[in-house]
Write a protein that binds this ligand. Structure first.
Ligand code: AHR
Length: 494
């Protein structure tokens, strides 16, 4: 069959919210200590922030950074991490069986965000933490009055409020692994109490309720109980599998979850006559299946080309579902299931870094409803991934080509992102444009390697971005997408 990708500039799905390119850092393994923060290292600035990491992160343009966890936050008392560093207590860290020195705390995080021009997103401790602690945290960060916590911030070197807008009401509170895990009803009661005092402290903040997968009963109960208090409902879904096709198609799980979760939100808004919009914050997502707490490996997942194709598939989904997912945080940014990998001497970029950078830099404006016709792939039999319980086989057969498109009307720039998930075959494809004529040729960015298992390391850089210029114009052209590749086509149109 002939593969076809049709793009019509008038078929707008919605505006791409750049907040879907946001990140997440947790006190886990070498994400903060040895990743973001390394006091005394020749690679760090005067504050202790690793400069090479800052540069690599800047190119990913994350608008928002979520912190300090993750599972870590459910046993974290933020007051341990402020004031003179030598006086901060060293604590047992129960989530990841570690010790927390507290050298990096609220002021170190918020100063980092200021330097990077990134908006902070703080998740509060709804496990061992109290409503008073959550209230005090908002007051410490945002308080403007002559009050205890605001004054303590001034005393600690920050006279002006930090204006932290985004606050999460706990992390994965449904999970048996979580310190202080609760059932949905008990969580909702606790979170509503937190929400109230946090909003009373600063009515301008935006709150995120703690969801599960978007399709669980937990999500329904929490949305019903908390919709009146929140601006976002969070979901977490990770995917990943040793089987190539399962790995690259598993992200379609997220597409279903976003649709179902937003429908639940709309039902509750309708029933409860809630005027303010509520969107999905997909505040932990990534490929993750090789590493884990049990392995004691600090979750230092080493990513392959196959994973980069899965990550690109996730990003296409976020663009297609741009009316529901308005915030998404890649978990995580450095060393821990991350695109940036450091040692004491340097760093390298993992495979997944490349699609992330290309989307954040080129996929903005309006998301367009792309028509794709391509051959499909069907799984031989339903089989769950060994790492994750969810299954995607019922969502198939899957098109081997997956595409999204972004049109920036201000600069008349069109970008089309195409993943060829076929492990064996290149696919000759006819690209056809309605309401648009290409001028001045096309920039083509390709992420590919000789095998789907290719990885990057300190020694070899097997997966990166190849750039070329293609001399085509008009309203259609043919392009052959290589086997197991990601391609971003960028063009000016009239
Ligand atoms: O990102 C790693 C962990 O995954 C986070 O701590 C937790 O929220 C999730 O289970």
């Amino acid at each position: 069959m002939e593969n076809k990708i049709k793009v019509d500039l008038e078929r707008v799905i919605g505006t791409i919210d750049s907040r879907v390119y946001s990140g997440f850092i947790e006190h886990l393994g070498r994400c903060i200590y040895g990743g973001i923060y390394d006091e005394g290292s020749a690679l760090s600035d005067e504050h202790g922030y690793r400069k090479d990491v800052m540069e690599a992160m800047r190119a990913l343009k994350p608008p928002i950074l979520r912190w300090p966890g993750g599972n870590f936050v459910s046993g974290y008392h933020w007051t341990d991490g402020i004031g003179p560093v030598e006086q901060r207590p060293r604590r047992m860290e129960l989530a990841w069986h570690a010790e927390e020195s507290n050298r990096f705390g609220t002021d170190e995080f918020l100063r980092y965000c200021e330097l990077m021009h990134i908006e902070p997103y703080i998740c509060v401790n709804a496990g061992s933490g109290t409503m008073d602690e959550a209230q005090a945290w908002v007051e410490y960060c945002n308080g403007t009055g002559n009050t205890y916590w605001a004054n303590l911030r001034r005393q600690n070197g920050h006279p002006e409020p930090y204006h932290v807008t985004y606050w999460g009401l706990g992390n994965e509170m449904y999970g048996a692994w979580q310190v202080g895990a609760l059932n949905a009803e008990d969580y909702a009661k606790k979170a509503a109490a937190f929400a109230k005092v946090m909003k009373l402290t600063d009515p301008s903040i935006k709150l995120v309720s703690c969801g599960e997968s978007g399709v669980a009963d937990w999500d329904r109960v929490v949305i019903e109980q908390l919709a009146r208090f929140v601006d976002f409902h969070s979901i977490h879904i990770y995917t990943g599998d040793n089987d190539y096709y399962r790995n690259v198609f598993a992200p379609h799980q997220a597409e279903r979850a976003l649709r179902i979760c937003q429908a639940t939100i709309e039902q509750v808004r309708y029933q409860q006559q809630i005027e303010q919009p509520i969107y999905v914050a997909y505040d932990e997502w990534n490929v993750w299946f090789r590493t884990g707490q049990e392995q004691g490996d600090g979750l230092e997942e080493r990513y392959t080309l196959s994973d980069a194709l899965a990550v690109a598939t996730y990003l296409n989904i976020f663009l297609r579902q741009c009316n529901s997912v308005r915030l998404a945080n890649l978990a995580q940014m450095v060393n821990v299931i991350a695109p940036i990998y450091t040692s004491e001497q340097g760093m390298f970029l993992q495979t997944i870094y490349h699609p992330l950078r290309l989307y954040a830099n080129y996929m903005y404006g309006d998301a367009l409803d792309v028509h794709v016709s391509s051959e499909t792939h069907n799984f031989p039999a339903a089989k769950n991934s060994p790492r994750w319980t969810h299954d995607v086989t019922d969502l198939g057969p899957f098109k081997l080509l997956d595409a999204s498109a972004a049109y920036d009307a201000a600069t008349k720039t069109l970008a089309v992102a195409v993943i060829n998930r076929d492990q064996e075959q290149a696919h000759a494809t006819s690209l056809q444009f309605a309401d648009a004529s290409i001028i001045q040729g096309i920039n083509v960015y390709t992420v590919n390697a000789s095998t789907v298992d290719a990885i990057n390391s300190f020694e070899e850089n097997n997966v990166s971005v190849q750039e070329q210029r293609l001399d085509v114009g008009g309203a259609s052209f043919s392009y052959t997408f290589p086997a197991h590749s990601f391609t971003l086509l960028r063009m000016h149109v009239r």
